[in-house]
Design a protein around this ligand. Structure first.
Ligand SMILES: *Cc1c(COP(=O)(O)O)cnc(C)c1O
Length: 405
């Protein structure tokens, strides 16, 4: 039996895997010790659990356990990476390179660094959402200390050429950080093979709980350090103070271990379902996939439906299907998605875009329902759309001004 509403917003957050929840529960009440309490068994038990989780997390990305700095999630990990490198390597330079389509926390950290006297360059992307590696290399100056490019984009799912970017960073003796929040646990990541120096990930995007994540900080070839952004007890090798979130960390570890085993089957199954959804929706006239289709996460598709008013479209189905939209109505700002605009989409296409992100618990039945519901909704919206009528009559819409509100 199909249960409504259907959740297709796994890029915003995932439900926890019940197997992860089960492992986490004892650490709230039976095994509640402070992992930093060295003088009694309550602390020893949780310290051991944290050590074990650190191994599980490290293994997912082929890192060493000592290289994992637990944080409250990716926002904190990204802030620690950028601001921590900026402070630690101040004698070397003060310039950071990133990309216009990064998550807000990266962009805002760059702005903060500028206020502190640093500078940054944001690379633009092409109409597929990809950066130009020659532009990246040309942006490096003798003041550049860090390149930060996300592994996979959260809105359109495109995967950046991480290995090539790392090679450019290495050639110029610059550190390379990647926000791997959307990729970790979904596709294989190998920090050794890829040449990554710093990497952020978050448990709640990979079937773990909210409020826990980590920053991977390389310890060898080269040895990387970041300046702590909070003062305190000097936990996490002095890079992140604060009593460890033991239940969260145990669950993060468990989620990583399950993902390491199951990501291949998940990806194969979900890419089939994603393609089924995408191909069916592309049968609608004037619908377009946003982002480079052959370099994408297996479970994400972002589609614009031209000549459809985005907010109206959402209202036509969001009682039954949960997705994200590039339209203003889902965000605090009134601007449509800055990521889609960076690809060169006009306001109309950005407003009428929908991100479908599938997950481990998505079923084929749910996808079939979504195809039907969306097809009906788009057709119905167009039936009452004056823009669609004009398009059908061959009027050049680009000469008509679009007013979103
Ligand atoms: C969700 C997300 C973040 C923020 O992660 P939190 O753990 O929720 O703070 C950062 N970057 C990307 C790409 C994300 O998708």
């Amino acid at each position: 039996m199909l249960k409504l509403p259907i959740y297709l917003d796994n890029s915003a957050t995932t439900p926890m895997d019940p197997r992860v929840l089960e492992q986490m529960v004892p650490y709230f009440h039976e095994k509640f010790g402070n992992a930093a309490s060295r003088s009694h068994s309550f602390g020893w038990v949780t310290e051991e659990a944290v050590d074990y989780a650190r191994e599980q997390v490290a293994k997912l990305i082929n890192a060493d356990a000592k290289e994992i700095i637990f944080t409250s999630g990716s926002t904190e990990a990204n802030n620690l990476a950028l601001k921590g490198v900026f402070e630690m390597y101040a004698s070397k330079g003060n310039h950071i390179i990133s990309v216009t389509t990064e998550h807000k926390c990266i962009l805002d950290a760059c702005k903060h660094i500028e206020k502190l006297g640093g500078s940054y360059t944001l690379l633009e992307v092409d109409d597929q959402g990809m950066i130009d590696l020659k532009e990246l290399e040309a942006a490096i100056t003798d003041k550049t200390i860090l390149i930060s490019v996300m592994y996979a984009n959260n809105e359109i799912g495109v995967i950046h050429p991480i290995k090539e970017i790392a090679a450019i960073a290495k050639k110029h003796n610059v550190l390379f950080h990647t926000d791997a929040t959307q990729a970790a646990g979904k596709i294989p990541i190998d920090v050794q093979e890829d040449g990554i120096h710093l990497l952020s990930m978050s448990a709640h995007k990979m079937y773990g709980p909210k409020g826990v994540g980590c920053l991977y900080v390389r310890r060898k070839n080269p040895r990387v350090k970041v300046t702590a952004q909070m003062d305190g007890g000097g936990h996490e090798r002095g890079m992140r103070s604060g009593t460890l979130n033991v239940p969260g960390i145990v669950a993060f570890g468990a989620a990583c271990e399950i993902n390491a085993k199951e990501m291949y089957d998940d990806a194969a199954r979900l890419s089939k379902l994603r393609d089924k959804l995408e191909n069916a929706l592309l049968k609608l006239e004037e619908s377009y996939v946003n982002g480079k289709r052959d370099s994408r996460m297996p479970h994400i598709t972002n589609i614009s439906f031209k000549y459809v008013e985005g907010e109206g479209l959402m209202m036509a189905f969001n009682k039954d299907i949960a997705v994200s939209s590039g339209s203003a109505c889902t965000s605090a700002s009134l601007e449509p998605s800055y990521v889609l605009k960076a690809l060169g989409l006009g306001d109309d296409l950005a407003h009428s875009s929908i991100r479908f992100s599938l997950g481990r618990f998505t079923t084929e039945e749910e996808i079939d329902f979504t195809i039907k519901k969306l097809t009906d909704a788009v057709n119905r919206m167009r039936d009452i759309s004056p823009l669609w009528e004009m398009f059908k009559e061959g009027i050049d819409i680009s000469t008509v001004e679009f007013k979103p509100h």
